[in-house]
Design a protein. Structure first.
Length: 532
């Protein structure tokens, strides 16, 4: 009897963004983004008696008639985005240099009394908010219900709307802006760089530089900053990768901030994943500690789509699209061979979003294995037995595995990369070998083909959908910095663009919820049984 693959939801790397997180039946990711422990909370049911939940340092007593108001107040506080006036209360804003010139309205067009040209300026008001959750679950047992209290009450939660403000807190001629790209590659990095530069220039910024090869570029002698302008970035989005280069590891936060001070950088745009954002937040805090008038703004970058609260991160769509070619090849190989089995391994260290979405998109996958959903390989309920069934009934099969799936079947290496991320074992190779062995043992012919397109799905140009996302995120990053915000990141939430405080989106990696509608849709599409 083999062991069951465990849900690898929390990275065991050195990155600890928000302390330890205890997972439980409670489904609301907002609650999970702090240390959450529930007391006297048993199951989502309407008829429970004493109820309380600990959220961060706060205890919620659901019998208190004001619990919702208090929760919302606390939520507002947590999702408040740091502003320059927090440390410089006397900082005076100036009218924005970002021009939103509208055409002169023709009165017939606005017969109902549309605002005049003066009133309709097109800027975002600082009090504008976007609703974080849009489903009003009528029951805690509703599919995918994300409840705060056991009755699954409706609690409005709002986050800050992104975009250009009427007043700005930086004189463009005094700005030196820097862009840095860290972590692994992701389609769309160049699109974001391009748009940040273009938008900065529209505000009137003349000094814009790229920091080469991630945070390392702040400290490594011999790596000099790259002057950026519209001319330099005009066509960079036509190719994949990062114009600036990427890296893992690098200098300490204090060395990075020393370097920023030396270079006179007062706007820093940081493109990266969880680790990079943890770094960006630490840089923001250090700048505040030193009372530097600086804006640090992140743009979440990960093909894995593992950042909390966002509809998606840029590069994810493209990665899913690129994965189609590998899946289709695996399908053709499997379908054309006698008892063909195609296996495709896709990226996704902690989260199976790429594998799940690529499987759904292709319609060619019979078995999708992701880190979040435990499974047996061997035994009567195991994956291999199901493969035998598929060979007997369909004649061929295609399997899609996420890189982080099935890690418990492999020996631990304890190896880490330069950023401290755990180096995973190769489950794709393992399942390929086990499949061959299994069919040999049972005396059934099987023609197993293994495709690992790992870097091919991210080392490519962004598709059109990601291109748009990158463009809007890049613009909003600049708007956020000029509006005086720092320690924030940009994202898309329920199709609207928003600013989040960094700690709230990186407290743990976002993962596929095995109870979600999307995972169930994937199962409906593949037709796979539970392998436990
Ligand atoms: N907790 C942290 N505090 C400060 N810096 C960090 C922290 N974690 C990671 N970093 C730095 O952030 C950079 C990128 O981290 P990492 O290699 O983990 O990639 P990432 O941003 O998570 O992107 P990817 O999605 O590609 O893994 C590295 O230079 C690393 O040193
Ligand atoms: O080989 P590299 O560059 O460290 O990147 C690999 C990692 O990048 C990721 O896509 C994360 O962004 C993981 O899924 C994968 O493990
Ligand atoms: Mg990471």
């Amino acid at each position: 009897m083999d062991s069951v693959s465990h849900a690898a939801v929390i990275s065991s790397s050195k990155l600890s963004y928000g302390g330890r997180v205890s997972f439980n039946k409670y489904k609301n990711p907002l609650l999970r983004s702090s240390v959450v422990s529930l007391r006297n909370w048993r199951a989502p049911s309407r008829n429970l008696g004493v109820l309380a939940a600990r959220i961060g340092n706060k205890e919620i007593d659901f019998s208190d008639p004001d619990w919702k108001t208090n929760y919302q107040r606390d939520f507002e506080r947590r999702f408040n985005i740091p502003h320059i006036t927090d440390i410089f209360p006397d900082a005076d804003p100036i009218p924005s240099t970002f021009c939103l010139k509208m055409r002169t309205p023709i009165m017939e067009d606005f017969a109902g009394g549309y605002p005049s040209d003066e009133e309709w300026h097109g800027y975002i008001n600082n009090n504008d908010r976007v609703l974080l959750k849009v489903i009003h679950y009528s029951s805690p047992t509703s599919a995918g219900a994300e409840c705060i209290d056991p009755n699954c009450s409706w609690v409005e939660q709002w986050v800050h709307r992104a975009g250009p403000r009427e007043k700005i807190y930086f004189q463009p001629e005094e700005v030196k802006a820097a862009i840095v790209t860290c972590g692994g590659l992701c389609p769309g990095l160049n699109d974001v760089i391009r748009q940040i530069v273009i938008t900065l220039e529209i505000y009137g910024v003349k000094r814009i530089v790229g920091i080469p090869f991630g945070y390392r570029g702040f400290s490594d002698e011999g790596l000099s900053e790259m002057p950026l302008s519209r001319k330099v970035v005009q066509n960079v989005h036509l190719s994949g990768g990062s114009l600036l280069g990427v890296s893992r590891g690098g200098p300490s936060v204090s060395d990075i901030v020393d370097s920023m001070e030396e270079r006179g950088i007062n706007m820093l745009f940081v493109l990266g994943g969880n680790g990079t954002h943890a770094g960006a937040n630490a840089i923001h805090n250090e700048c505040r500690r030193r009372r530097m008038r600086v804006a640090v703004v992140g743009v979440p970058k990960t093909i894995d789509n593992d950042i909390l609260m966002m509809d998606k991160t840029f590069g994810f769509d493209t990665a899913v699209e690129e994965a189609q070619r590998a899946i289709n090849s695996a399908y053709i190989e499997a379908h054309s061979a006698y008892h063909g089995i195609g296996i495709v391994k896709l990226m996704g260290r902690n989260s199976g979003f790429i594998a799940m979405h690529a499987s759904l998109a292709s319609g060619q996958i019979d078995i999708c294995l992701i880190p979040e959903v435990p499974f047996h390989l061997h035994g009567p309920l195991g994956v291999l037995r199901h493969l035998k069934f598929l060979i007997e009934t369909k004649g061929s099969a295609v399997v899609c595995v996420a890189e982080g799936a099935g890690q418990n079947f492999l020996g631990r290496t304890n190896a880490t990369d330069a950023s401290g991320n755990t180096v995973l074992g190769d489950f794709g190779v393992h399942i390929q070998q086990e499949t061959r062995k299994y069919f040999k043992e049972i005396g059934v012919h099987a023609d197993v083909k293994y495709i690992d397109p790992t870097y091919m799905i991210r080392a490519c140009r962004a598709n059109a959908s990601d291109g748009i996302l990158c463009t809007v995120l890049g613009q909003n990053a600049v708007h956020g910095a000029f509006a005086g915000y720092s320690g924030i990141t940009v994202g898309i939430c329920n199709t609207h663009y928003v600013y989040f405080p960094i700690p709230e989106v990186i407290s743990y990696p976002r993962a596929v919820d095995p109870n979600s509608r999307m995972w169930h849709r994937c199962l409906t599409s593949t037709g796979q049984p539970d392998f436990v």
